[in-house]
Design a protein around this ligand. Structure first.
Ligand SMILES: CC(C)=CCC/C(C)=C/CC/C(C)=C/CSC[C@H](N)C(=O)O
Length: 421
């Protein structure tokens, strides 16, 4: 999961407080919001900024209507209203205790169309829906390059999530996204043991008993290996050969890594001033808050002006996403001055270059669960949250034998009568 600075209010839902305003819930667990309203958007085609919006919402809408016609209005009705409402059904579904063993069944419970969206590209789907090439090649491509470092050839589900990720109403968590897991751990009163799991061993079969060997982080000897026993395990790390170092031992059916590739992204944070001349702008102040790019021929994916996690102004920090490392020459091209620069290479999310019709399951073995199965449909912290809740419900139902809540199609209309968790 790539943790971006932007997130949706309903994240807070995952601690099980629902049905009231999500912003209020964030407040309840001690999370404040930072608004990103008043930001501007630009699209760079490699030669010029083809569109740059005003900080005033009405003017910005008029500018986008001028360039993209009704597509800009239709996308809001379709993604931000229609599909988002379907997506939000998951909160009623999970409040009713329903859980799913496969990603496709979980998506189908929100809207069966979401499953179809795994096997058509966003480009083809949007063409079918009547969107223009200009809109797809600039706006949809720009959103995908900034959110996933990829193009409009990705499956449509991750494509629509990406479009939701450039919505005007996004906000970020004051203090940084790290506050979310920190507070969840606190509210769950979990006993956190810091260490790196090396081996998962099946020691007894029915009911299963697992032994974990882990490299202890805070032990006197750094390389000390400790062992503990568990009845239920949750894997929340991609099972991919480049990322995973956990060995599964003693299983009759082997637990293997999955073959899907992860996208290697370079994120460079630069404290400085953008080179207005290079981008054909009058001054660095004209640089848009978020500059997207409309082609995979352009070296950078996006440049975004960052808001401090503590909501203080005037930081002049820009985040540059590139698919290859950003060298000194390119930094000089894009920026006039550079007071500080930090660069990270990381496997940020899956490479969505496959037909997503054979996704990993949520259940790897009796009472071993896999949260990361969801990110092959779409990576986002909101997706991880609902996957985590699904896995928690599955574990609870398997433990208590409440199997009729698993993989049952869900009637959203009757949801209100059924909530019981
Ligand atoms: C419209 C539909 C079907 C769903 C939208 C709900 C949703 C998951 C919104 C998240 C949008 C968002 C903030 C995306 C950011 S991109 C993800 C990021 N690169 C990551 O890997 O976490």
């Amino acid at each position: 999961m790539g943790l971006d600075q932007i997130s949706h209010a309903y994240l807070c839902y995952c601690i099980g407080l629902d049905q009231i305003s999500h912003a209020y819930l964030c407040y309840c667990i001690g999370l404040d919001q930072i608004s990103h309203a008043g930001g501007t958007l630009g699209i760079w085609n490699g030669e010029e900024v083809v569109v740059k919006t005003s900080k005033y919402k009405v003017v910005a809408m008029a500018q986008l209507l001028w360039r993209y016609g009704m597509d800009i209005y239709n996308i809001q009705n379709w993604v931000q209203t229609e599909l988002m409402n379907d997506f939000m059904k998951i909160y009623d579904i999970q409040a009713g205790g329903h859980a799913y063993t496969s990603v496709t069944d979980l998506l189908a419970a929100m809207n069966p169309k979401f499953v179809d969206y795994l096997s058509i590209t966003i480009k083809d789907l949007m063409k079918k829906e009547g969107y223009s090439d200009k809109f797809i090649n600039e706006m949809v491509m720009g959103a995908l390059r900034t959110n996933y470092g990829q193009t409009t050839d990705v499956p449509a589900f991750v494509g629509v999530v990406s479009m939701a990720g450039v919505d005007d109403g996004l906000w970020s968590v004051k203090g940084g996204n790290k506050k979310v897991p920190e507070l969840l751990v606190k509210h769950a009163k979990a006993n956190v043991i810091e260490g790196e799991v090396k081996v998962v061993r099946l020691v007894e079969e029915d009911p299963p008993l697992y032994e974990i060997d882990y490299k202890c982080k805070n032990c006197a000897s750094v390389n000390e290996i400790k062992t503990r026993e568990y009845d239920i395990l949750v894997v929340a790390k991609p099972l991919h050969p480049d990322i995973n170092s956990i060995k599964f031992e003693g299983f009759t059916t082997e637990i293997k890594n999955f073959p899907h590739k992860y996208h290697v992204l370079t994120t460079t944070m630069i404290k400085g001033s953008p080179n207005a001349t290079y981008f054909g702008l009058n001054s660095p102040d004209d640089f848009p808050t978020e500059l997207l790019t409309g082609s995979d021929k352009i070296h950078f994916n996006s440049i975004g002006k960052q808001k401090s996690v503590n909501d203080v102004d005037g930081t002049s920090v820009y985040k540059v996403f590139t698919n290859t490392p950003l060298d000194k020459e390119k930094v000089k091209t894009y920026f006039n001055s550079e007071d500080d620069l930090r660069m990270v290479f990381w496997r940020s999310y899956p490479e969505y270059d496959f037909k997503a019709d054979s996704l990993p399951p949520f259940v790897l073995h009796d009472k071993i669960y896999y949260v990361n199965a969801i990110e092959l449909a779409a990576s986002a912290m909101e997706m991880s949250v609902l996957s985590a809740k699904n896995v928690a419900l599955l574990a609870h139902h398997h433990w208590t034998g409440n199997l009729d809540k698993i993989d049952e199609p869900f009637d959203v209309k009757g949801a209100a009568d059924k909530t019981e968790l």
